[in-house]
Structures are given as C-alpha cells and as structure tokens.
Design a protein around this ligand. Sequence first.
Ligand SMILES: Nc1ncnc2c1ncn2[C@@H]1O[C@H](COP(=O)(O)OP(=O)(O)OP(=O)(O)O)[C@@H](O)[C@H]1O
Ligand SMILES: [Mg+2]
Length: 225
Amino acid sequence: MLTCHTLVKTFAARSGKIVGLDGVSFELGRGEFLVIHGPSGSGKSTLLLTLGGMLRPSSGSLTLLGRDPYALSPSDRTRFRAESIGFVFQLFHLVPYLDVRQNILAGLPKKDPAEAERADALISELGLESRATEFPGTLSAGERQRVALARALVKRPALILADEPTGNLDPENAARVFQRLAAYRQAGGTVIVVTHGLDAAPHASRVLRLESGRIVPQPPAAHLL
Ligand SMILES: Nc1ncnc2c1ncn2[C@@H]1O[C@H](COP(=O)(O)OP(=O)(O)OP(=O)(O)O)[C@@H](O)[C@H]1O
Ligand SMILES: [Mg+2]
C-alpha cells in the first residue's frame, strides 16, 4: 500500500534551514491502522502532507498504491489524490461558503444518490444532524473537525490520512471518531492517524513515534498503554 524510504524535508526559514523530516522510512500494508505520535514540532504534519502527495520531499522516495505521486504531473497527482486519499487536515480546510452537508459532498467525483445517502449517514453517526445546514464559520472547532472527517470518509478512499482528528474533541466525541475510523478499516480501508498522545493506540495495528523528524524506537508494549 505504502512504502517510504529515507524521506527528508527541509524548509528554508528566516532563522535558517529547518529540518522537518530527517530520513523517515517505513512500509504499510493494506488494512493497517497506523498511529504516528510525537511532540509538537516533531514533523508529524510534514510527514502526513508528504505521504499525501501535498508536500514534495527534499529527498527520499515514496510509493503509494504502486505509484510515486511526485512523479505524476500536477493534474494527474491531483486526480490520484482525489480518488485514493481522504485527508483530514489539522486545521480542517472547510469551504466557508458551503454548508456542512455541501462541504462533505464537495469534491466527490459523481453526484449520485448513494453518495448523498452516505453523507447523511455520516452526519448522523458523527452527531452533526443539527448542524447540517450551517456554515463552517458558525461551528465549534470540534464540529468542524468532524465535518472534515466526514468529508474524507464519504468518498471511501483506499487510504485515510488524519492529522490530529480529535485535537478539539471531548472524550466521548473523540471515541466516536476513532470508532468510525476503526469501522472504515474493518470495511477494508487503511488509516494513518497522527496525534500528540496515544488515545488512538488501542485501535492501532502499529504505532510509530516521531521525534525531531525521525522515527525512534519505543518499548514494544507502548501501544497497550
Ligand atoms: N512551511 C514551513 N516552513 C518552515 N518550517 C516549517 C514549515 N512547516 C513545518 N515547519 C517546521 O518543521 C517542523 C515540523 O513541523 P510539523 O508541523 O510537521 O510538526 P508537528 O509534529 O505536526 O507539530 P504539531 O504537533 O504542533 O502539529 C517544525 O519545526 C516547523 O516549524
Ligand atoms: Mg501538526
């Protein structure tokens, strides 16, 4: 499903060169639920954006579903992403002038009734019924986060990449989100979740820890904490 090898990403910042990723390598099989955790600034979002075809690495290689997204033309890469990847951004990226339901349906290739039904099912599963016709600007951060998750799930992509999908949620709603992602995995999907902590670990098939842009070893029992 996914193989990355010595991914390095550096940024030119005012204070000089910043190393976001410092040689990240791992493989992920279809149907896995990978949790990547680590402190703020360790490179989690950088890694997720790189894996999702949205941030070209400075060096290293990536193969996703048999293709290197960065070898594709920009338009082919956009299509590949739209078809294969559901991305839940840390800062949501909802469309401000579309309501909740329209946001969830935006970006779906076919406008068929089955998609609309799936959108409505997700709205109720994620507790958003009373918000379905509101605009994102009127929602709480946790509500926006759930809309972003629904938007990623509704197209049933092969891979979901979720950046802190429960960062603004109370424990009950956070549990709902992880259960929804676990159900998506049960249905054949593959998940990568990035978090500060280990809340998602009970659902994980694998846990990786990132520190200063590198994957560091951790005790084997850590994911049971
Ligand atoms: N566009 C950018 N330009 C310059 N530096 C960047 C850029 N994006 C990220 N960085 C730097 O790269 C490092 C990793 O950032 P990243 O956003 O990946 O961390 P993170 O682990 O997701 O943190 P958080 O848990 O706070 O979301 C940080 O030091 C950050 O300042
Ligand atoms: Mg981040």
